[in-house]
Design a protein around this ligand. Structure first.
Ligand code: 26Q
Length: 818
């Protein structure tokens, strides 16, 4: 690793402030200083970036293209500095310039090009790919506006545009030399190819845009490796010829300009919910076509046989969102390289792999044929042919079972089913936690598993300890390093060596003192951003994640209402003070989710201002939860709320970030919680609620009626009544929909997510939490063991499994010569 030279760095920062802003350091504002520092850091990594790509070319290594509609990167500066091991040198340099690194880092807007779990996973994967030395491109969209900024007004969520590129992005490099054309609409005509005498399919009268890539560096930890996140922007193709008075041309030029303007405008803020919008499909094809075209071109620059592309290229599809990639690759092979269908299909099969992130039926992508064929006429033809052959395969395999085609066809009921396409076309289908993969195999994708069992595999998710411990929790990171050395930074299994210290009282005290410091830091953040005083001696009980009914923030807040009732009834009851902390964005059109946010804020208003409970319960809703404040929140948590209805959360990754930071899981046996409990031991977690088998059984037999609970449990009845009797809102209809969803469930099933069913079990688990916390030594040991036992949940482990078992990549060492 090249060493960072302090003096050189200082003068670079001074130069940049001058060149960029015509100012001296003293005159520049914080944002300008951030820009200058960022440019100086980019200067430092650019040699490694070039060396990395030179090495890849020389060694001709296989490359994975991680295709994803979302990359939730968060801030880059602090993370890059950490991975350069330059924290000390840069901190000193900056201090010597009379500046403060924390303030500078705070100027950077989050790169919020993602919604939640799926997008953040992609970001963690890129960090691990670079750190492990694997050749990879992240391929995505350069949304002009990322995930909206959430403002809470009067308890309601208001969405504000996230203008993250306002001051420019110092880390990006525009690469116009790699721009490619992407075509939409028109029709397909058949032409005779003069050379081969064969029929050729030609798209005509289409509209097109120019896809222009911007590259962002992804810096590995202390290893000279810098991979690339390539995000595509759309520009108008220059056909705006003002000399032409042909009306058709003029009209078309205007339309193409508009298309280019809209495609990359904004990220769809839906999490685990399919929005069947035309623009979304345009976005998908736009970045997929550009990425696949570019990957093929790059491959052909160094090789002569397109038939062997699978030896050097793998496309990993992050959920079904980029699944048109399989049809786009077929189009390139068949239409542009004149390869026969069967052979093209085999090549495609060997090049594409699919990750499933959800079993929620409303999240499954299905596109109407009309829309699909109008927008992507040639791609649609190809999918029709893939479907025709796949249906024949199904019939051959199951000649007597007519239900199979109905359940498995790619095109059915007037829709294109993207998951079916991804499974049929790829060589690998993976779930993201053991339980999730089992549910896919035995329930959701049973027919596919039966027909193609060899494709199915599990890759339990992970997170990067570099961002979520080393950067987010420096106090704990230093403690761990002091105890066991710093191997954990690149091999998290080592963190288990902390286990022995859980029996040492001094170490436990130190550990809990660090937690306290982090709680003070979060309390300060809450005071500054919410104006609420919280007591850092109270239990910090945290649920931060996207707002979704299946994640059951409602269970949490109903339980707070119940506790509050208990305290009011019995003011002298022994009660360990608790701060319930929430953070969640609701999709803009998800009304019930937004009501739940309002409910949390309304309960907070009442409870926080009730002097009679003496501050024993506080409720805080942290506005605009995102990657940058997540780092502060995880570090300060005592209790990690992972309370999804069993079977619904594919994996979860927040659960792992809490665990790493020494919070104890309060959760259901869902997603990766199952594996967390397996690692830490069930005595070091608080588990409650229905199992996934029980939930699935109820869903099949319909034998659950929440009214029975309402009628027999007075405490629950009281809480539900308070939703509609004015306790939390003078508008009695404010929470009526929530009330109805639990007891009547308009159209659907009442209490679909088994909130009342799990309520008592949850309340009882919460009592166990309070009792355990009161025993300081016991709690300290539990918390510390959570940190010690989280080795499995590094995304390094996950990526190592993908690399060995799916992608078959080789590790690269990069030497910087300049
Ligand atoms: C699809 C079509 C149209 C518009 C939007 C969408 C869409 C967008 C985002 C559908 C789903 C998503 C996001 C899904 C997601 O984040 N899933 C989560 O993935 C994590 C990483 O594997 C898991 O840990 C979570 O359990 C899972 O919910």
């Amino acid at each position: 690793m090249k060493e960072l030279n302090k003096e050189e760095f200082k003068s670079e920062v001074e130069d940049y402030v001058k060149v960029l802003f015509r100012k001296s350091i003293k005159e520049a504002d914080d944002q300008q200083i951030f820009q200058a520092v960022a440019y100086a850091v980019k200067d430092f990594i650019v040699d490694q970036w070039m060396a990395t790509h030179r090495t890849y070319e020389e060694k001709d290594v296989k490359t994975v293209y991680y295709l994803s509609m979302e990359f939730l990167m968060g801030r880059a500066l602090g993370n890059i500095i950490i991975n350069l091991k330059g924290n000390q040198a840069i901190k000193e340099a900056i201090e010597e310039l009379g500046l403060n690194l924390d303030v500078i880092e705070d100027q950077e807007p989050d790169a919020a090009l993602g919604n939640g779990g799926l997008g953040r996973l992609a970001a963690c994967f890129l960090d691990s790919l670079s750190t492990l030395g694997y050749a990879a491109y992240g391929c995505g969209i350069r949304y002009k506006y990322g995930m909206f900024k959430q403002v809470i007004e009067n308890g309601y969520q208001i969405e504000k545009p996230d203008d993250w590129l306002k001051y420019g992005n110092p880390f990006e490099i525009k690469r116009p030399e790699y721009a490619v054309e992407v075509k939409f609409g028109g029709y397909v005509s058949i032409k005779k190819d003069e050379e081969t005498g064969r029929n050729k399919f030609v798209q005509e009268n289409y509209q097109s845009v120019l896809a222009v890539p911007y590259d962002l560096p992804v810096v590995g930890y202390n290893n000279n490796v810098v991979n690339t996140l390539r995000i595509w922007d759309a520009e108008a193709i220059d056909t705006f010829n003002l000399d032409s008075f042909d009306k058709g041309d003029y009209q078309k030029a205007v339309e193409q300009q508009n298309l280019a303007r809209t495609i990359c405008e904004v990220l769809y803020p839906n999490d685990n919910h399919m929005a069947g919008k035309e623009l979304r499909l345009k976005q998908q094809y736009f970045f997929v076509s550009a990425s696949v075209q570019r990957a093929v071109m790059k491959y052909m620059e160094k090789h002569d046989d397109i038939r062997k592309i699978h030896e050097k290229v793998c496309f990993q599809l992050n959920d079904t969102h980029p699944t048109v990639a399989v049809a786009e690759l077929m189009r390139i092979l068949v239409d542009e390289y004149n390869i026969e269908w069967d052979e093209a299909w085999h090549i495609t099969n060997k090049t594409c792999a699919y990750t499933n992130h959800t079993i929620m039926s409303e999240a499954l992508e299905k596109w109407p044929l009309e829309l699909f064929s109008r927008l992507l006429p040639r791609i649609y033809q190809i999918i029709e042919e893939i479907n025709r052959r796949f249906v024949l395969d199904i019939q051959r395999a199951y000649p007597d079972d007519y239900g199979k085609v109905e359940r498995m066809a790619i095109i059915y009921d007037g829709q294109v089913k993207m998951a079916h396409l991804a499974i049929a076309a790829g060589f690998s289908v993976n779930g993201v936690a053991r339980l999730h993969t089992e549910i896919l195999k035995n329930q959701e994708l049973k027919d596919f598993y039966q027909m193609m069992p060899e494709k199915f595999n599990n890759k339990t998710n992970g997170i990067t300890q570099r961002r979520f411990l080393l950067h987010g929790n420096p106090l704990l990171a230093d403690f761990v390093t002091k105890k066991i050395g710093d191997d954990w930074i690149t091999d998290l299994k080592h963190i288990d060596e902390l286990s022995v210290y859980t029996d040492d009282e001094m170490s436990r005290k130190e550990f809990m003192n660090i937690k306290y410091q982090n709680k003070v830091r979060l309390a300060k953040y809450i005071k500054e951003h919410n104006g609420i005083e919280v007591n850092p001696r109270s239990i910090f009980d945290v649920q931060v994640k996207r707002l979704h009914e299946y994640k059951r923030q409602l269970l949490n807040i109903l339980h707070v209402m119940y506790l509050y009732n208990e305290l009011k009834k019995n003011p002298d009851k022994e009660f360990y003070p608790r701060t319930f902390i929430f953070g969640a964005k609701a999709s803009a059109g998800y009304h019930r989710a937004k009501s739940i946010i309002k409910l949390i804020n309304s309960v907070a208003d009442v409870v926080n201002n009730d002097k009679s409970i003496d501050g024993k319960i506080k409720v805080v809703f942290i506005e605009n939860y995102r990657v940058s404040n997540a780092e502060i929140i995880f570090a300060a948590a005592d209790v990690s709320e992972q309370i999804s209805t069993a079977s619904k959360e594919a994996s979860g990754t927040g659960n792992m970030k809490f665990m790493l930071n020494g919070a104890v899981t309060l959760g259901t046996m869902d997603g990766a919680n199952v594996e967390i409990v397996e690692e830490v031991g069930k005595e070091n977690a608080f588990i409650f609620g229905l199992s996934s088998d029980e939930v699935i059984a109820y869903e099949h037999n319909g034998q659950y009626n929440p009214r029975d609970i309402y009628n027999t449990d007075g405490d629950i009845r009281a809480v539900l009544t308070q939703l509609v009797d004015g306790t939390y809102s003078s508008n009695l209809d404010e929470f009526r929909d929530i009330y109805n969803s639990l007891l009547d469930g308009q159209g659907g099933r009442p209490d679909m997510y088994f909130i009342l069913k799990d309520f008592r079990s949850y309340a009882e688990a919460q009592e166990r939490v309070s009792a355990a916390y009161a025993d300081t030594a016991k709690w300290a040991k539990m918390a510390m063991l959570n940190t010690a036992k989280c080795g499995k949940f590094s995304s390094d482990r996950t990526i190592e499994e993908y690399a060995q078992e799916i992608w078959h990549l080789e590790k690269v060492k990069v030497e910087v010569t300049t």
